[in-house]
Design a protein around this ligand. Structure first.
Ligand code: ADP
Ligand code: MG
Length: 440
C-alpha cells in the first residue's frame, strides 16, 4: 500500500493540533512531491494561506524532517477556482472562544484508553481519571507537572474527552496559556474584558495547558486569578499542566501559585524501559505497523526521556515503510533513527546543565557563555566532569555541546579530577548534583 506523504503529514498534525487549529488542514490539499523536492500546498483562500505561512510552516517543516524528508521545499498557493462567497471561511469564527460551543480546543485523539501507564505516571493517570469521573469535587484544582513530551497535554485532553463521554453537552474549555494570554491582551485592547470574563465563566470545565508560560505576564495573571476564584467558588473543575511544580514557578504571583496547590499536585516522570517498550508497541499498533522486537528494544534503549521522541521513531519507520516500501530491520532502523537517538542524548547533556545551573544558582546561558568569571568557569568545569564521568558522554560530544574544542574539555575534566582528592567541599557538591540528576 502506497500512502501519500500529505496524508501522513495530516495524520501527524491531527495528533499535534487542537481541533480548531486542525480545521485549517481539513480542506487543504497538497501536490505529490515534484522532481525538485517541491510540495505545493493548496489553500482555500488568502486568509488560510497567510496562517499556513505564519503559524504552521515551522511545524510542517519539522514534521517533514521527522518523516525523513528534510529536503522538501514548501510552496503555498491559493486555489485557483476560489469563489467569492468562500472567501469568508467559517474557520475564522471557530478560532474565537465561542460561548455557544460546548467544547473548545479538545483533541479527541488523546484518551485514557490510549495512554500507557507505568510507575512514572500511575499517580497522575489515576488522579486524572478521578477528576474526570467527578469534576469539581475532590481534586480541584488538579495540577500535573513534568518534563517535555511526557504526556501532560495528552492527559489534559483525556480528562476533557472522558467527561464528554459521560455528559455530552458539558461546556469544556481547553486552552494553552499562550492562547489565553493572547485572548486576554486582545480583550484589553478592545476594552472587552468583562465580556471575555463572562465568556470564560460560561464554561463548566477549564483545562489550561503549560501554565508556566504565564511567567511575567502580570495582567494575565491578575485576570486568571479572578477567573480561577470564580470557578473554584462555583465548584467547577480547573486543571493545569506545567513543566515544573507550582513552588518552582518563577515570576508568577504568590497568591496564584498558592492556589495552584490547593487541590492535588502530581508529577509525571520519564517512563522506565518496560513502559517505553509498551508505548512503542501501542504506537506501532495504532498505525498497523509491524516492527521487529529487536528494533523496538533498540529504540527503547536509546530514547529515554521523551515519549514524543519515541513516537517520532515509530512515525519515521512508518513513513519509510509506507511511502518508500522499505522493510524495517535492525540495521535500517539504526541508520534512519540515529539523528533522533542523538537528539535524545543531547537532552542528557541539557539535564546536566539545568541541574548544575540550579545547584549553583547561575543562569544556564551564563554557564554556556565564554565569560571567565570564576564561579562560571567552575560551574562549566563541573558540568563537563559530570557529563564525562557520570553519564559517560564522549569528549567530542561534550565539546560540541559547549562549542569548545576537545582539549579545553579535557583540561577542565582533569582539573576537577585533581581537585577532588583534596577538596572535600567539591566532592560534596558533585555528589549533591548527582543526586539531583537522578531525580530528573
Ligand atoms: P507534554 O505535554 O508532556 O509535553 P504530550 O502530552 O504532548 O507531552 O505527549 C507527547 C506525545 O507522546 C503525544 O503524542 C502523546 O500522545 C504521547 N504520549 C505521552 N505519554 C504517553 C503515554 N503514557 N502513553 C501513550 N502516549 C503517550
Ligand atoms: Mg504539552
Amino acid at each position: 500500500m502506497r500512502v501519500k506523504l500529505w496524508d501522513l503529514i495530516k495524520e501527524r498534525l491531527q495528533t499535534e493540533l487542537s481541533e480548531s487549529e486542525y480545521k485549517f488542514f481539513e480542506k487543504a490539499k497538497a501536490s505529490d512531491l515534484e522532481p525538485d523536492h517541491v510540495m505545493r500546498i493548496i489553500c482555500d483562500n488568502d486568509y488560510v494561506l497567510n496562517i499556513m505561512q505564519k503559524v504552521f510552516d515551522v511545524k510542517l517543516r519539522r514534521i517533514l524532517m521527522e518523516l525523513g524528508y528534510p529536503m522538501v521545499k514548501l510552496v503555498y498557493e491559493v486555489r485557483k477556482d476560489e469563489k467569492e462567497d468562500e472567501k469568508k471561511d467559517p474557520v475564522i469564527e471557530v478560532r474565537d472562544v465561542n460561548v455557544e460551543a460546548s467544547r473548545y480546543g479538545l483533541n479527541s485523539k488523546y484518551t485514557f484508553e490510549n495512554f500507557v501507564t507505568g510507575k512514572n505516571n500511575e499517580m497522575a493517570y489515576t488522579a486524572a481519571r478521578a477528576v474526570a469521573h467527578a469534576p469539581g469535587s475532590e481534586y480541584n484544582p488538579f495540577f500535573i507537572y513534568g518534563g517535555v513530551g511526557l504526556g501532560k497535554t495528552h492527559l489534559l485532553h483525556a480528562i476533557g474527552n472522558d467527561i464528554l463521554k459521560r455528559r455530552r453537552n458539558t461546556k469544556i474549555l481547553l486552552i494553552t496559556t499562550e492562547e489565553l494570554i493572547s485572548k486576554i491582551v486582545e480583550a484589553i485592547q478592545k476594552r472587552k474584558m468583562n465580556e471575555f470574563r463572562s465568556k470564560i465563566r460560561s464554561f463548566e470545565i477549564l483545562l489550561i495547558d503549560d501554565i508556566h508560560f504565564l511567567a511575567g505576564a502580570d495582567f494575565s495573571q491578575e485576570a486568571l486569578f479572578h477567573i480561577f476564584n470564580s470557578f473554584y467558588n462555583e465548584k467547577k473543575q480547573v486543571v493545569f499542566t506545567a513543566d515544573r511544580a507550582p513552588w518552582e514557578l518563577d515570576n508568577i504571583a504568590e497568591r496564584l501559585v498558592d492556589r495552584f496547590s490547593w487541590g492535588l499536585v502530581t508529577d509525571i516522570k520519564p517512563p522506565e524501559y518496560e513502559t517505553r517498550l509498551a508505548i512503542l508497541k501501542l504506537k506501532a499498533e495504532e498505525r498497523g505497523l509491524e516492527v521487529p522486537n529487536d528494533v523496538l528494544e533498540l529504540i527503547a534503549k536509546n530514547v529515554k526521556k521523551n515519549v514524543r521522541l519515541l513516537e517520532s521513531c515509530i512515525i519515521k519507520l512508518y513513513a519509510l515503510q509506507s511511502t518508500k516500501n522499505i522493510k524495517i530491520n535492525l540495521a535500517i532502523a539504526q541508520k534512519v533513527l540515529s539523528d533522533i537517538f542523538s537528539k535524545s542524548q543531547s537532552s542528557d547533556l541539557e539535564d546536566v546543565l539545568i541541574t548544575v545551573s540550579e545547584y549553583y544558582n547561575l543562569p544556564k546561558t551564563e554557564i554556556m557563555s565564554k565569560k571567565q568569571k570564576k564561579e562560571l568557569v567552575h560551574a562549566r568545569q563541573v558540568s563537563m566532569f559530570i557529563m564525562k564521568n557520570v553519564l559517560n558522554m564522549s569528549i567530542v560530544e561534550i565539546a560540541r555541546f559547549f562549542g569548545k574544542d576537545h582539549t579545553t574539555v579535557l583540561h577542565a575534566i582533569e582539573k576537577i579530577e585533581n581537585l577532588l582528592d583534596k577538596d572535600e567541599k567539591l566532592k560534596n557538591e558533585i555528589l549533591e548534583i548527582e543526586k539531583m540528576l537522578k531525580r530528573v
